[in-house]
Design a protein around this ligand. Structure first.
Ligand SMILES: CC(C)(COP(=O)(O)OP(=O)(O)OC[C@H]1O[C@@H](n2cnc3c(N)ncnc32)[C@H](O)[C@@H]1OP(=O)(O)O)[C@@H](O)C(=O)NCCC(=O)NCCS
Length: 203
C-alpha cells in the first residue's frame, strides 16, 4: 500500500489527513468488510465510484471537512471523520460523523483519531462547538464521545431516517473551552485482551 503523506496532526499511534480520491479502493474494501456494522448505525451505503465522487465533492464546500484516520507506521486507514454543516458567524459550529471498521474497531484508534480532529477543529479551523447525534443504543459511539469529554445536551425525537425508520438520537456536544479541560485521549493505556473497560462495567 502506498503511504499517502500530508498529515495534519499526529498522535501516538494514528495521524489524520484529508480524505482524497486515492483512498477509494482502500475505503471501499473496508466498507465492504464492515457492511453489517455500518448498515446497522448508518444505513445502507453505496460503494460505487460515482457515490465516492459526490462524497468528495461535499468537501469542496467550506461547510464540510473530511478526514481519514491512519496508522502512523503503515499509513493504513483505520477510521473516517467528517465535520458536516459548518456554520460560521456567531455560531462557529459543526456536526460530526465518524466510523471505524470491523477490522479496526475496539483498539482505541478512534478515540485517538477523533481527539486529533477535535483539536484541529478548535485550533486550525477555529470552530467553537462540535455536536454528535447518536442513537441511544449505539453504546460504542456514546462511550467514544463521553471518553473525549462531550456532554449529553438533549434528546431529539425522530431525528434521522435510517434503515426505514425515523430514529431518536441523543445530542452530545463539546466546546473549545470544555475540550481544553477534557481528559487527553492520546495516551490511553493498553488494556490486556479480555479485561473489561470502565464503560463496559458501567453497562
Ligand atoms: C462508534 C465507533 C466509531 C466507535 O469506535 P471504537 O472502535 O469503539 O473506538 P476506539 O477505536 O476508540 O475503541 C474504543 C474501545 O476499544 C478499547 N480498547 C482496546 N484496546 C485499546 C487500546 N490499546 N487503547 C485504547 N482503547 C482500547 C477501549 O477501551 C474502548 O472500549 P469500550 O467502548 O468498551 O470502552 C464504531 O463502533 C463504529 O464505527 N460504529 C459504526 C458506525 C457508527 O456507529 N458511527 C457513529 C454514528 S453516531
Amino acid at each position: 500500500m502506498a503511504k499517502i503523506t500530508g498529515y495534519l496532526s499526529q498522535g501516538r499511534r494514528v495521524a489524520i489527513r484529508h480524505v482524497c480520491r486515492q483512498d477509494y479502493d482502500e475505503l471501499t474494501a473496508l466498507a465492504r468488510d464492515s457492511a453489517e456494522m455500518l448498515r446497522r448505525w448508518l444505513g445502507a451505503r453505496d460503494n460505487t465510484v460515482e457515490a465516492f465522487e459526490s462524497y468528495l465533492e461535499r468537501f469542496e464546500q467550506p461547510t464540510h471537512v473530511g478526514f481519514v484516520i491512519c496508522l502512523r507506521d503503515t499509513g493504513a486507514i483505520v477510521g473516517g471523520v467528517n465535520i458536516n454543516n459548518v456554520l460560521r458567524g456567531a455560531l462557529q459550529s459543526g456536526t460530526l460523523g465518524y466510523t471505524s471498521y470491523a477490522s479496526t474497531t475496539g483498539r482505541g484508534y478512534m478515540t485517538e483519531g477523533l481527539g486529533l480532529v477535535i483539536r484541529f477543529a478548535f485550533g486550525v479551523l477555529e470552530l467553537h462547538r462540535l455536536e454528535a447525534n447518536i442513537q441511544p443504543d449505539n453504546t460504542s459511539s456514546l462511550n467514544l464521545v463521553e471518553r473525549l469529554g462531550f456532554r449529553r445536551e438533549g434528546y431529539s425525537v425522530a431525528f434521522q431516517y435510517i434503515n426505514g425508520e425515523w430514529r431518536d438520537h441523543e445530542r452530545w456536544a463539546i466546546t473549545a473551552e470544555t475540550a481544553r479541560t477534557a481528559a487527553r485521549p492520546v495516551n490511553l493505556p493498553h488494556r490486556p485482551a479480555g479485561e473489561e473497560s470502565e464503560s463496559t462495567r458501567r453497562r
